[in-house]
Design a binder for this molecule. Structure first.
Ligand code: SF4
Ligand code: SF4
Length: 308
């Protein structure tokens, strides 16, 4: 349940330690819940909704049936001999999570104060200092909770940590500008240069995103991140236009993030279908798409990374 007190909280669904793909060095990445986009290949489906939600595991269930008794919505039954959840009935009240003795029912997302999140990331201070790393705020879309993002990154900077913000870029410029005051590195997603194509696969047009990118480059260091999704954004024209944009705005680096379907199981655990494969068509291996992206970006004199 959302806290009712005065203190600012953020809805966090994961804090990933020893991350090496979200900026330089060894980092801790804090994932904020809630995203205005709906990319079908998203590798963090539990970060899409801006509320805590039920994330069950089949393998941990010991079939004690306590959850069936606890559920006020009759959303759980054992008619097949195994615990089944009717997602049409489930209201994500999370009452069953409290009653599950084996950890087979967990909540994706909990509300934390800035100090609570900071205490977790502070533990790895030594790793940041020895590796040139720091703290990255990611999502979902962290700027949907921009006040938390601003205060958290400010606190990290005051502690001497290098700060990075990973964003879809789809947000109010005023909010982004406030958070950038405390952001040493901006990891900015550019998914497709054609607005109509962008909207077809992410649910939103790209005009506001590209406008925010143009403004952000004057305020901090920017790495553009491109998810390489064959069948979606690997046309020659789109690759050329992306490279031209990156070169023109002066991005320090372009990171290519190859498509993968590792999150498929999580979609099913959340009671959803995974539709990412519809984008790839599986006709073209991702490795070839990455190689072609690299060639084009190299030709524009850009520093290119794969995976981070
Ligand atoms: S989250 Fe609530 S509604 Fe959903 S299965 Fe658990 S107890 Fe039932
Ligand atoms: S309470 Fe947990 S362990 Fe028991 S049946 Fe439900 S999911 Fe399985």
């Amino acid at each position: 349940m959302e806290p009712s007190g005065q203190e600012l909280t953020g809805l966090v669904f994961n804090i990933q330690k020893f991350s090496t793909e979200d900026g330089p060095g060894i980092r801790t990445t804090v994932f904020m819940k809630g995203c205005p986009l709906s990319c079908s290949w998203c590798s963090n489906p539990e970060g899409m909704n801006r509320f805590p939600e039920l994330l069950p595991s089949k393998s941990k269930c010991i079939a004690c049936k306590r959850c069936e008794e606890a559920c006020p919505s009759d959303a759980i039954d054992f008619k097949t001999g195994m615990r089944e959840i009717d997602w049409e009935l489930c209201s994500d009240c999370l009452i069953c999570v409290e009653d599950c003795p084996s950890g087979a029912l967990t909540a994706a997302g909990d509300y934390q104060t800035v100090d609570e999140t900071f205490k977790t990331v502070e533990r790895d201070r030594d790793f940041y200092e020895t590796s040139g790393g720091g703290v990255t705020l990611s999502g979902g879309e962290a700027l949907q909770q921009w006040e938390f993002a601003r205060d958290f990154l400010k606190k990290c900077q005051e502690a001497g940590f290098h700060t990075a913000l990973d964003t879809t870029g789809y947000c109010s410029w005023g909010h982004m500008e406030q958070v950038l005051q405390y952001t040493d590195l901006l990891l900015f997603d550019v998914k497709h240069m054609d607005s109509q194509r962008h909207e077809e696969k992410t649910g939103v047009p790209n005009g506001q995103i590209l406008g925010n990118l143009e403004k952000a480059v004057g305020l901090t260091t920017v790495w553009i991140r491109v998810p390489v999704v064959p069948g979606f954004n690997d046309s020659e024209l789109n690759m050329q236009r992306t490279a031209e944009l990156a070169a023109r705005v002066g991005a320090e680096k372009v990171s290519l993030l190859p498509y993968h379907d590792w999150a498929t199981e999580k979609y099913y655990r959340l009671g959803r279908c995974y539709e990412g494969d519809e984008n790839t068509g599986c006709a073209e291996p991702v490795v070839e798409a990455v190689a072609r992206w690299q060639e084009i970006l190299d030709a524009h004199g850009l520093v290119v990374g794969v995976g981070g």
